[in-house]
Design a protein around this ligand. Structure first.
Ligand code: NI
Ligand code: MN
Length: 254
């Protein structure tokens, strides 16, 4: 089944992979740009990139409500068990595991990871997802630029999610360099605009990506969907995104 993704604001992403709902970094309560409520969002699996509150967010409450399995680094998985979660799956960097929706590999991220109560959140990570339809998605999560992004890119990325907010993560200049290292077919900027400190002009960044790289940048508002299985579009000025809950119509590959 085709893979699609909905940006729920900040770094929160909801994937539909092979009929499963895969929610990443579910910071919805207290997120001024949240496009869904923590009490309503669907989840079969929840991925957490690091311990900061704008990523752990509502994960515990959503996992308790939905029965979702939480996938994260080993230290955060232990912390989640102390919060009363039973279905947790700890992993560590470089390791992969195959789940019902596809394969997850933890990638490096240069950032912090202390948990909301001050507990040790281990090391932060990004994710490389290989969905059951073969599409590969890289969520760099919160990180600065690093040269080994080139190694991640060698795996062949259909869709990359990159932070551009600056201050806590890469800003637009380094995110542009990251696109050159990762060489994804399409790239979506995230982790910007949530608060004044990380305000950025995503459209200006997208114009630089179009000019300087082979990737197609896709800028959209929280709440919109993107069809990950869609072929690389030729008209980069009209990225294929949709608002609301209607499924995207498949367009013929060019
Ligand atoms: Ni963070
Ligand atoms: Mn963050």
């Amino acid at each position: 089944m085709a893979t699609r993704m909905r940006w729920l604001g900040h770094a929160c992403l909801l994937f539909e992979c092979d009929g499963k709902h895969v929610l990443i970094d579910p910071f919805l309560s207290g997120n001024p740009k949240a496009a869904a409520k923590a009490t309503e969002v669907s989840a079969d699996f929840i991925l957490i990139s690091h311990g900061h509150s704008d990523h752990v967010g509502d994960a515990v409450a959503i996992a308790k409500r939905t029965g979702a399995t939480v996938i994260c680094n080993f230290e955060i998985s232990q912390w989640l068990e102390k919060q009363g979660l039973k279905k947790v799956h700890g992993m560590l960097h470089g390791g992969g595991h195959t789940f019902p929706f596809g394969r997850v590999k933890l990638t490096l991220a240069f950032h912090g990871s202390a948990l909301p109560d001050g507990s040790n959140g281990g090391n932060p990570c990004g994710f490389l997802l290989t969905c059951n339809d073969g599409k590969r998605v890289h969520d760099a999560a919160d990180t600065g630029l690093f040269g080994d992004m080139k190694l991640i890119g060698e795996e062949g990325i259909d869709l990359a999610l990159l932070p551009i907010g600056d201050n806590y993560t890469m800003g637009p200049d380094d995110a542009l360099r990251a696109v050159k290292l990762l060489n994804p077919k399409r790239v979506v900027p995230i982790h910007y605009g949530t608060f004044p400190l990380i305000e950025q002009d995503a459209h200006a960044w997208a114009a630089r990506v179009r000019k300087e790289t082979a990737a197609l940048p896709v800028v959209f508002e929280p709440g919109a969907w993107i069809d990950v299985s869609d072929a690389r579009g030729k008209d980069s000025a009209q990225p294929r995104v949709s608002r609301g809950r209607q499924p995207l119509k498949r367009r013929r590959a060019k």
